[in-house]
Design a binder for this molecule. Structure first.
Ligand code: HEC
Length: 90
């Protein structure tokens, strides 16, 4: 596990972004898996086409959950989804 993390860091440009994405993953797994799993992020006809749309959708869905996140939290979740599934880059 430690080795894996090290490889991740070596290939990444910013460890700050990793920390954010890790936090985003935690928030996501806690709050965002009630209605859909990660399959909607990778399906062929997914409707999110750019990073701005992703940010918007995270906020929209977050309101559905009733979680009271700060913009920063929504941004962390968008970072996580972007890095893991969408790959738009910031
Ligand atoms: C109350 C139910 C519900 C919850 C909880 C929910 N979502 Fe969604 N989400 C939806 C629906 C409905 C769609 C649209 C799915 C469709 O069109 O098939 C969607 C779609 C999405 C998409 C777009 C997928 C695509 O096509 O590219 C993203 C991204 C997303 N949700 C993120 C989140 C995040 C992040 C959370 C946690 C904050 C979350 N969702 C929690 C209902 C929910």
């Amino acid at each position: 596990m430690k080795q894996l993390a090290l490889i991740f860091i070596l290939f990444s440009t910013s460890s700050v972004v990793i920390a954010d994405a890790n936090k985003g993953k935690k928030l996501h797994d806690e709050h965002c898996t009630k209605c859909h799993g990660s399959e909607v992020y990778t399906r062929k006809d997914r409707f999110i086409a750019n990073r701005a749309a992703l940010d918007k959708q995270v906020k929209r869905c977050q309101l559905n959950v009733g979680a009271q996140w700060f913009d920063e939290d929504a941004g962390d979740v968008a970072d996580y989804l972007d890095q893991s599934f969408y790959h738009f880059g910031k």
